[in-house]
Design a binder for this molecule. Structure first.
Ligand code: ASP
Ligand code: MG
Length: 448
């Protein structure tokens, strides 16, 4: 079997839903399970509804509901007719009635618990899949619409619930029966706790659903259909010559995820990683175009991609007392822990430590505490350039080429990942684009 996951933009309109179904029907002989997100912007609108209702602004919540209802019904009417239209419209109406009761409840209580938030957000995927399944039937595709809450079991950390794998795998195998010639349709993102309450896996969680299902059903692959041609060698908005990476390892993709390559998040493909199932990233608008295959180990040595991220702050702590002493690093890290600020890159010498952060909300407090430990210097407006590739160090000329390409760029810090798959450089933010373009030219355009 095969899992086809369509993101919000891939089901955002009647036209896109038909494109998604063109793709799904071309895989009918591979026993496809289609997992869909909510139509683009729906979850954001549901968040707005939740916030308005929870603050007692019921009118505002209802106005957003009305707009969402109109949009979903209009899309359905473009795709389905006759009795099927009536039946599916009733289905949508029941979901909007449920949403309406939730608004009432929240507005009365003037509060919103994570649990009621999940009840509201889950409606987006229930709506989109009802439309997708109805359209598939309308097109004569033998279709079964499933309710993912019947088999995705989660803990009760609402808004970011974690799957309970034992129960989930058992339920999935019992209730989801892929077969050639049939299309199964299920919601991404949503699940249910052991006590039967609706939960969600966290924003962007539909990819997670897809790989959970793929792993449970031993899929031959999980295809993530989105609005870009896979993972690119660099951000195409910065580097015009950026191109799709054909094959990339899970580890390389994970490094890139931190840097704007938001195509797939490593935590959401964990079930595929653990079971060795390839994850393909494909473009619904360009189904035969370039795509990326994420695999356990991609062949070939060398640079795979260059990513960049602005908004980086560098903190240096130096102290001669650090020389030959121990305990400095743990005191420094305790400070970051206290202020709940993750450190991304680190470089140390005998008498100093340099660290980058991208969340500066706790910076004042961090500095005050670090000043107890040593002399502190902060540099803001920096950027990280991350070069990702398997066994970069097996190519002795690699570092030389990096520095040649960055001839004019002042490098503020260097960090070589222990994973052997990334070299990160910190540079002034206003030099980022030019530096990334120079590196891309150096490594990818000259056939290097
Ligand atoms: N609809 C959810 C969200 O927007 C889940 C997803 O799209 O993956 O976060
Ligand atoms: Mg997504």
């Amino acid at each position: 079997m095969i899992v086809l996951k369509f993101g919000g933009t891939s089901v955002q309109s009647a036209e896109m839903i038909d494109r998604a179904l063109d793709i799904a029907s071309s895989y009918l002989d591979r026993a496809p399970l289609l997992v869909a997100s909510a139509m683009a912007q729906t979850t954001d609108s549901l968040v707005a509804i939740r916030d308005a209702a929870g603050a007692g602004r019921e009118e505002e919540a209802r106005a957003i509901l009305a707009a969402q209802r109109a949009r979903h019904v209009r899309t359905l009417e473009e795709l389905v007719s006759g009795e099927r239209l009536e039946a599916t419209r009733e289905r949508l109406d029941r979901l909007f009635a449920e949403l309406s009761s939730l608004i009432k409840g929240l507005a009365l209580l003037r509060e919103c618990t994570p649990r009621s938030s999940d009840a509201i957000l889950s409606i987006g995927e229930l709506l989109s899949t009802a439309i997708v399944a109805a359209r598939a039937e309308e097109r004569g595709i033998p279709t079964e619409l499933l309710d993912s809450r019947d088999f995705i079991r989660t803990d009760d950390r609402f808004s970011a619930a974690a799957p309970l794998y034992e129960a989930t795998n058992r339920l999935v195998r019992a209730r989801v029966k892929p077969r050639p010639g049939h299309l199964l349709v299920a919601q991404g993102f949503i699940g249910r706790t052991e006590s039967g309450v609706t939960s969600t896996l966290g924003r962007g969680g539909s990819d997670f659903t897809a790989t959970i299902l793929g792993a449970a059903l031993e899929a031959s692959e999980v295809q993530i259909w989105t609005d870009v041609n896979g993972i690119m060698t660099s951000d195409p908005r910065v580097v015009a010559e950026a191109r799709t990476i054909e094959r990339i390892s899970y580890g390389e993709a994970a490094e890139l995820a931190y840097f704007g390559a938001k195509v797939v998040h490593p935590s959401t493909i964990q079930p595929a990683i653990e079971t060795g199932i390839p994850v393909l990233v494909m473009n619904t608008r360009d189904p035969h175009g370039p795509r990326t295959c994420i695999v356990e180990r991609a062949e070939g040595v060398g640079l795979r991609a260059i990513a960049g991220k602005k908004g980086i702050t560098l903190i240096h702590v130096s102290s001669t007392r650090m020389l030959n002493a121990y305990g400095f690093l743990s005191r420094i890290f305790a400070t970051f822990e206290k202020h709940r600020t993750p450190v991304d890159l680190i470089a140390t010498s005998e008498v100093s430590v340099s660290m980058t952060i991208d969340n500066t909300s706790g910076l004042k407090g961090i500095m005050a505490d670090l000043e107890e430990i040593g002399r502190v210097r902060v540099e803001a407006d920096l950027a990280i350039i991350c070069l990702v590739g398997q066994d970069l160090w097996k190519e002795p000329s690699f570092v030389a080429e990096v520095f040649t390409a960055l001839n004019d760029t002042p490098i503020r810090m260097i960090s070589l990942g222990s994973s052997d798959i990334n070299l990160s450089l910190v540079v002034p933010a206003d030099t980022l684009e030019a530096a990334v373009r120079a590196l891309h030219r150096g490594f990818f355009d000259s056939g290097g």
